[in-house]
Design a protein around this ligand. Structure first.
Ligand code: HEM
Length: 123
């Protein structure tokens, strides 16, 4: 939670994330071909907060809803794209949170994996 606070206060955090994520694969770029990326950045800010809050014990309702919108019947975000998402987010955190050491990044990985497994249960 503290690392995420530092990330959100760091200018350009969400710009960096989408730069890295979109560069990671043509499949990712194709999914966002018609997206307003400024609006998407605000949505992701809340989305990551939901992932963090779930790891801190909040109910999984918001993540299940995300799982439905990302499922094969809806946007069809294939499970392997979440590996690129995770790698992109960890790189972005490393760039923007000067205090993020190995422990911090490992904690992030645990938190992200918990959230993604809920989302993928709805796939
Ligand atoms: C939309 C979060 C993973 C592609 C959204 C929204 C949120 C969100 C909050 C907007 C609300 C909604 O549509 O339900 C997350 C989180 C992720 C994740 C927290 C990982 C834990 C991914 C991945 C992709 C992806 C791996 C792969 C490309 C999209 C697309 C949209 C979207 C295409 C819709 C954009 C539009 O409206 O044009 N995501 N997402 N997401 N996400 Fe994700």
């Amino acid at each position: 939670m503290q690392s995420y606070g530092r990330c959100c206060r760091s200018t350009g955090f969400f710009d960096t994330f989408y730069r890295i994520f979109l560069a990671s694969s043509p499949d990712v770029r194709a999914k966002f071909a018609n997206t307003n990326m400024q609006a998407q950045q605000l949505l992701l800010r809340q989305g990551i907060m939901n992932v963090v809050l779930y790891a801190r014990g909040m109910p999984d309702t918001k993540l299940r809803a995300l799982g439905c919108s990302h499922s094969r019947k809806a946007m069809d975000i294939r499970p392997e794209l979440y590996t690129l998402w995770t790698d992109s987010l960890l790189k972005t955190i490393h760039e923007h949170d000067a205090e993020a050491d190995t422990n911090t990044l490992n904690a992030w990985l645990t938190v992200i994996n918990q959230g993604i497994s809920v989302i993928l249960e709805e796939y």
